[in-house]
Design a protein around this ligand. Structure first.
Ligand code: DAT
Ligand code: MG
Length: 150
């Protein structure tokens, strides 16, 4: 439904490079609704939990250190198809394969500095939202809904 939610996170390189506004703008202008947003330093336990499915990978330690290297912007975005569409807005994992017009395609070069995270499925989105926003997200009416959804 129109209330599908995804977890989007601007990684430390995206924050340092001044891309917070640009990234938020793309999700806003698409028509998605912002339900939660926090700039925060991440602790190791949270970063390891977030990426626990990748814990056996050779790049895991570097990935966790990268997430700890500065503040991230953690967000929840809502809308019809937001998980899949969010992944399309973000682009392929390796920026060398991300299409121009996607966030990674436009702003990143290396896979280990790909500036943004987005949940890969509705189920993982629900897990990630609960992990990053345990006290919940904001509920408010969106006046533009009839102009975005038929
Ligand atoms: P995504 O972030 O597109 O969902 P993923 O979940 O497979 O990609 O991996 C999480 C992050 O781990 C990814 O954004 C960058 C890093 N990563 C993935 N594969 C990698 C690799 N082969 N070498 C280095 N870093 C990698
Ligand atoms: Mg992933």
């Amino acid at each position: 439904a129109n209330t599908e939610q995804t977890y989007i996170m601007i990684k430390p390189d995206g924050v340092q490079r001044g891309l917070v506004g640009e990234i938020i703008k793309r999700f806003e202008q698409k028509g998605f609704t912002l339900r939660a947003l926090e700039l925060k330093m991440v602790d190791r336990a949270l970063a390891e939990k977030h990426y626990e499915d990748l814990s056996s990978k050779p790049f895991f330690a570097g990935l966790v250190d990268y997430i700890l290297s500065g503040p991230v912007v953690a967000m929840v975005w809502e809308g019809k198809g937001v998980v899949l569409t969010g992944r399309k807005i973000i682009g392929a994992t390796n920026p060398a394969q991300s299409e121009p017009g996607t966030i990674r395609g436009d702003y990143a070069i290396d896979i280990g500095r790909n500036i943004i995270h987005g949940s890969d499925a509705v189920e993982s989105a629900q897990k990630e939202i609960a992990l990053w926003f345990p006290s919940g997200v904001a509920h408010y009416a969106t006046a533009l809904a009839p102009w975005i959804y038929e």
